[in-house]
Design a protein around this ligand. Structure first.
Ligand SMILES: [Zn+2]
Length: 242
């Protein structure tokens, strides 16, 4: 049992009883942590107002006997006011929080994911390029070891005339082996640029048809991965005693 300090992004909150709130946090050094903020719904407390989804915080928690830690102090690093004032940007931020909430493991520190998340939120907050959430999903998947094959057809191996992407199969397909979602040449080139580290330049681009295609594709890749993960988690929990 101990008191500790950390940095955290608020992923989700739930009501607990009459006055309390449970807060799901992605911390830098302690992974995903569920904390309880006591009494924050009884008054219009500043403490409670700081604990909103997307907020980037310096936080102090008390680790007791249960998995639910108690939040004892909160200071705001960034509330991301810009993205909160724009429904589209806020929806994109929420989808990023949801992806992390589902993928991050409890109490397993992943400082890189924590940094990716608050940086993506800051980028979305600053000028709101529409592409941030798609790029974030692709990087999050890559962090989890999932990266689609983009250079060769996953069926026959040719590098020519790649026209579709097979989300489940995990890569592109040529005209002869075509299956999955159609993929334009411009969208394929955009994807390759994201993975080759050209992300900053990609983020500065204006919206385009190829960008919209990659945007939808990133969500499809994430959903397919989460579905597989959720299924494998279900199998694991079924095999656990009790
Ligand atoms: Zn082929």
């Amino acid at each position: 049992m101990s008191l500790y300090r950390d940095e955290a992004v608020v992923l989700r909150t739930w009501k607990l009883g009459e006055a309390d709130r449970i807060v799901s946090l992605l911390t830098r050094d302690h992974g995903k942590v569920r904390g309880v903020a006591k009494g924050v719904r009884r008054t219009r407390s500043k403490f409670g107002a700081r604990l909103e989804p997307t907020s980037h915080l310096a936080i102090q928690l008390y680790e007791g006997k249960s998995d639910l830690h108690t939040i004892t102090q909160v200071e705001t690093i960034n509330r991301f006011v810009g993205l909160r004032s724009d429904p589209e940007r806020f929806a994109r931020a929420e989808s990023m929080l949801e992806a992390v909430e589902q993928m991050a493991q409890d109490h397993a520190p992943e400082p890189e994911v924590h940094m990716m998340l608050w940086r993506a939120l800051a980028t979305l907050d600053a000028d709101g390029p529409y592409f941030v959430s798609a790029a974030f999903f692709l990087k999050l998947l890559a962090h989890d070891g999932v990266q689609p094959e983009l250079d060769r057809c996953i069926e026959c191996g040719t590098g020519d005339a790649l026209v579709s992407i097979d989300v489940v199969g995990g890569g592109v397909r040529c005209g002869k082996c075509r299956r999955g979602r159609p993929l334009g040449a411009a969208a394929l080139s955009l994807l390759r640029r994201i993975y080759s580290g050209d992300l900053a330049a990609v983020l500065r681009e204006k919206s385009s048809e190829a960008g919209a295609e990659v945007d939808l594709l990133a969500t499809a890749l994430l959903e397919s991965h989460l579905e597989r993960r959720l299924k494998s988690t279900a199998v694991i929990s079924q095999s656990l005693p009790g």
